[in-house]
Design a protein around this ligand. Structure first.
Ligand code: FCB
Length: 462
């Protein structure tokens, strides 16, 4: 592999000894093999098959064919010095009906993967749920019904029974904000419902599922338990204006505090209960003892950061569907460089986020479980010179390093993503990978960013 140099810099940021470096992926985005070995459909198989939901009708049927290519994929991770690999398990592979007996062939795949990771010296970090609910459970109400939370805890136990001897970090959920609000309120994601009441019910049951599974995993001796949230600092257009500040507080509640407070403080924020009560019968939904279960201690908080959120007050505007109750709030386009997702590039947002977490939720070790950028990569003579991605990653790593210096207990950084993959409603159109995937041939080519990241890891510094 060629050497890739970043722009010369004067200051080098060294990370603490033992800092964990790695990459992340998710089952439906990379595995393919949608019907192999007894796997049943998830809500994403159904959603992707529904006309108009996913860019050009793309599906995860084949994706990166990682189900069959995991051996060479893990070998490539090793070549790139990847120390930790965050992957997710497909619930409908393991429990095609979402309940009842496990499908041993589904677990066999993860067994092989975990063994291969250990053979190559890569530490597995397992996420139990990255959005692919068994369709059979959605047919019975999905996350809007309490039963799904209990089924999830059983599924967690089944996976732990098979892999608990070789996996020490267990993440329950990836981004319940997305599952709840994009899935049930705005229909941007599977299962594609547009019902704010259902979305708040889903959020509660997702968090309850996390708590039940965390307790079950703990009882079975899981070494490290975590949950991963998508988080974003919410910035008022006029930091001195009361109305803009109130707008920011509301969106911060819906995006951040609604998910952080119950897990880390043992109770829902009062202002968010008031918003939820407009749409859902929260007294029936939230039962005595639920908040205690949700607050089952975790060992590390997974932080997914992509961009900050800019808001302003605007009297009379209707709510944004993915933020139920957000009437009177707008999301003004903020000037600045953007990625191919049209997401703002602002590494200061990561610094603000990490230092805020350290201040508001002290004593919780943090891990960046996703951060990265989609760009319109071009392959030129077998090389992908993705300088913009290197710039994005370098800036965010420095922001993480600054946050450590400012007192945040940041333990690791996992880039999103190891390789290009099925980017949900955007299909294969958006490329987040450090490794380029040619979907016609399944050929993997490390982009310049992958080679740069390999050297960052080797030097433990940026
Ligand atoms: C996150 C998801 C991940 C990926 C990135 C770009 O919200 O967890 O699967 O799609 O965004």
């Amino acid at each position: 592999m060629t050497q890739v140099q970043e722009q010369p810099r004067t200051e080098v940021s060294h990370f603490p000894d033992g800092f964990r470096w790695g990459v992340a992926t998710a089952a439906y985005q990379i595995e393919g093999a949608a019907t192999a070995d007894g796997r049943a459909p998830s809500i994403w198989d159904t959603f992707a098959r529904t006309p108009g939901r996913v860019h050009r009708g793309h599906t995860g049927d084949v994706a990166c064919d990682h189900y069959h290519r995991y051996g060479s994929d893990v070998a490539l991770m090793r070549e790139l010095n990847i120390g930790t690999y965050r992957f997710s398990v497909s619930w409908p592979r393991v429990q095609p009906d979402g309940t009842g007996p496990v499908n041993p062939h589904g677990l066999d795949f993860y067994d092989r993967l975990v063994d291969e990771l250990h053979t190559q010296g890569v530490r597995p970090m397992l996420t139990l749920y990255h959005w692919d609910l068994p369709q059979a459970l959605e047919d019975r109400g999905g996350w809007t019904v309490r039963d799904t939370a209990e089924r999830f805890a059983e599924y967690a136990e089944a996976v732990h029974a098979r892999l608990g001897d070789r996996v020490d970090t267990w993440t329950t959920l990836n981004e319940p904000w997305c599952s709840g609000f994009l899935g049930y309120a705005s229909a941007d994601h599977a299962p594609g419902r547009t019902d704010a009441g259902a979305a708040f019910a889903a959020v509660h049951h997702l968090l309850l599922a996390h708590g039940l599974a965390a307790a079950a995993l703990r009882a079975r001796g899981a070494a490290e338990i975590s949950i991963t949230h998508i988080l974003s600092p919410v910035l008022p257009r006029d930091p001195a204006g009361d109305l803009d500040r109130a707008a920011a507080r509301l969106i911060d509640g819906l995006l951040n505090r609604l998910f952080l407070d119950p897990v880390l403080r043992g109770e829902y924020p009062a202002d968010m209960l008031a918003v939820a009560a407009r749409f859902a019968p929260i007294d029936r939904l939230i039962r005595a003892g639920d908040e205690k279960i949700i607050a089952t201690p975790i060992d590390v908080l997974g932080v997914n950061y992509y961009q900050p959120t800019h808001v302003a007050a605007a009297v009379g505007v209707p709510a944004e569907a993915k933020y139920p109750g957000s009437e009177g709030v707008i999301f003004p386009a903020h000037p600045g460089p953007r990625t191919d997702m049209d997401w703002l590039i602002d590494a200061n947002g990561l610094f603000d986020l990490l230092t805020r977490l350290a201040a508001d939720y002290p004593g919780t070790p943090l891990m960046i479980t996703e951060n990265g950028a989609a760009f319109n990569d071009v392959v030129h003579g077998g090389r992908i010179a993705d300088r913009e991605r290197i710039g994005y990653l370098a800036a965010h790593l420095r922001a993480g390093h600054d946050a450590i210096r400012a007192g945040a207990d940041l333990r690791g950084y996992l880039a999103w993503s190891f390789m290009d993959n099925f980017e949900w409603a955007y299909g294969y159109d958006k490329r987040f990978g450090l490794v380029h995937v040619d979907y016609a041939t399944q050929r993997r080519t490390p982009k310049d960013s992958a080679l740069w990241y390999r050297d960052v890891i080797a030097n433990n510094s940026v």
